[in-house]
Design a protein around this ligand. Structure first.
Ligand SMILES: [Fe+2]
Ligand SMILES: [Fe+2]
Length: 208
């Protein structure tokens, strides 16, 4: 199931996720929008939120890669890789936005990547039904979290909002895809543990 070639390919993907500039095939959602007037505090807040989203996308890359490493069904693997491509675009959009807001990406990214990769591989190993259920729940929680960012971002920051809005649409699509492919509903304690872990990640990445 796990062969060395695959591991090397995924390792290379990991390095690129962390250290190379992600590319977007679709146009950037904020491409036609002007930069708004933001005061220092608003800029800092928006940058913090977009940094959290970028770190979330680093985790998404790793989760999808971990799952693609271990998923059994070729159809499932194919769909996961397609969704992962959209996640790469999210990575590009959020990184650019953090930059434009004059801030830096999270120093936690390598750590977050490694732990999410392990989690993704583990979810893949316990079987496609749970693997996909885990994915559906992750995307659902990310969607809820993006909605909360839409209420928290400065109202005039149309660029960040456009990026978050399109990511939200994509994440809902990923969640639906995972259910459609046979994802099981996770037990409540697992969902709660995932929510708690997500909170720690978002609270720390906001600052560092
Ligand atoms: Fe995403
Ligand atoms: Fe997603």
């Amino acid at each position: 199931m796990l062969n060395l070639d695959k591991v090397i390919i995924e390792f290379d993907k990991g390095l690129r996720t962390l250290f190379a500039q992600a590319q977007s095939v679709r146009p950037f959602p904020d491409k036609d929008l002007p930069d708004a007037e933001l005061n220092e505090a608003e800029k800092k807040h928006a940058a913090g939120l977009m940094r959290v989203n970028h770190t979330g996308e680093i985790c998404a890359q790793a989760l999808y890669q971990g799952q693609a490493l271990t998923a059994r069904d070729p159809e499932v693997q194919k769909r996961l890789l397609l969704a992962a491509q959209e996640e790469t675009e999210h990575l590009a959009w959020t990184a650019k936005r953090v930059n434009e807001l004059g801030s830096h990406l999270s120093v936690l990214n390598p750590l977050m990547y490694t732990s999410s990769l392990a989690l993704g591989a583990f979810a893949g190993l316990i079987g496609d039904k749970w693997n996909l259920g885990f994915l559906a729940e992750t995307e659902r929680q990310v969607g809820a979290h993006l909605q909360s960012h839409l209420s928290s971002l400065p109202a005039q920051d149309a660029k960040s909002r456009a990026v978050v809005q399109q990511m939200y649409v994509d994440e809902v699509g990923h969640s639906e895809m995972a259910i459609e492919l046979g994802g099981a509903e996770l037990p409540l304690p697992v969902k709660l543990a995932m929510r708690a872990t997500g909170k720690v990640m978002t609270r720390t990445a906001y600052w560092v």
